[in-house]
Design a protein around this ligand. Structure first.
Ligand code: CO
Ligand code: CO
Length: 317
């Protein structure tokens, strides 16, 4: 959208400028609308699992803004020769996940395409005071991550059939998991900023938070949760192409990358599907956030802190 003029409106609380997770539009002083869309090609063979993953991923952008999903529309592309039970499985997976989120599936659109694709457009609601931008972190905030990294690498390994059964199950369980618990926790703890970790990888989305907030993020790499099997695969050079693209994109904003192993760095920029939330919370509210994350099915970890702006937007320590 770089070549398009930017639409502005006083009621548009979050637009396209800060690469945030979703648009937010003020309805009245107690209510704002959250609007987002996402869809992609299958990441796993199981149609029902893929439907759940794609829906959880689309719903996540509403949670990342602090909102609650309300309505969802299917976006479906499929080849003529795709068996009807596959399409059925994808759509059922999507609907079950939408229901789990407490939202309603109210329609959608289907086109024929060479490669199957599925996702949702989601409308959510949020109290204007609870909107969590990705660009409003404050100096001194503590950074918390709510899902382990390495999903993209595991998915690459799964396609090559070199991932263990346990690794496969961990990957799909993580991708299918809604970010609802994490969202409730970070809203209750009055987080200053939040984004979800998806295609640009952990450091890519952390960079957007740093640049948008005009601050520097210190990342304690040893505390970042990573699937052990993903680290092993990265060590063998089995990483998706997107990993290198992501690293290219942010390497000039990164300090300390030379101090860590290439495999660890790969995991930090690995494109995630339906990843966790990266939350910047005031230090005094950290106990409240942790209390809310105790029951989070995908866990949580304190991964860094927010500092005054330095030459580099991200410092790995
Ligand atoms: Co997002
Ligand atoms: Co998104």
């Amino acid at each position: 959208m770089r070549n398009l003029p930017v639409d502005r409106d006083p009621k548009l609380l979050v637009g396209v400028e800060t690469s945030d997770d979703a648009a937010v539009y003020l309805i009245n002083e107690d209510l704002a609308l959250v609007q987002t869309l996402d869809f992609f090609t299958p990441v796993v063979d199981d149609a029902y699992v893929f439907g759940q993953i794609a829906a959880a991923n689309s719903l996540s952008d509403v949670y990342a803004m602090g909102g609650d999903p309300l309505l969802a529309l299917n976006i479906v592309c499929f080849p003529e020769d795709l068996p009807p039970e596959s399409i059925d499985g994808i759509l059922r997976g999507g609907q079950d996940k939408i229901r789990e989120a407490g939202a309603l599936l109210v329609g959608g659109h289907t086109v024929e395409d060479k490669e199957p694709k599925y996702g949702l457009s989601v409308t959510g609601l949020v109290h204007p005071k609870d909107v969590k931008k990705n660009s409003s972190a404050k100096v001194g905030d503590i950074l918390v991550l709510t899902k382990p990294l390495g999903i993209g690498i595991l998915n690459t390994g799964i396609k090559a059939q070199i991932v263990s059964e346990a690794g496969y199950l961990a990957a799909i369980e993580t991708m299918m998991q809604l970010n609802d618990v994490a969202k409730d926790a970070m809203v209750a703890a009055k987080a200053n900023a939040c984004t979800d970790i998806t295609g640009f990888g952990f450091l890519g989305h952390a960079y957007e938070m740093a640049a948008g907030s005009d601050l520097t993020l210190y990342i304690d790499v040893k505390s970042v949760p990573i699937f052990p099997e993903a680290l092993e695969l990265a060590d063998q050079g089995i990483v998706p192409a997107g990993t290198y693209k992501n690293l290219d994109h942010i390497s000039c904003h990164l300090a300390g990358a030379d101090e860590i192993s290439p495999a660890l760095l790969d995991c930090l920029v690995d494109p995630q599907t339906s990843g966790g939330l990266l939350i910047a919370v005031p230090e005094e509210n950290l106990p409240l956030l942790i209390q809310g994350l105790e029951d989070n099915p995908t866990g949580y970890a304190i991964v860094g802190r927010v500092a005054e702006k330095e030459k580099k937007s991200i410092v790995l320590i």
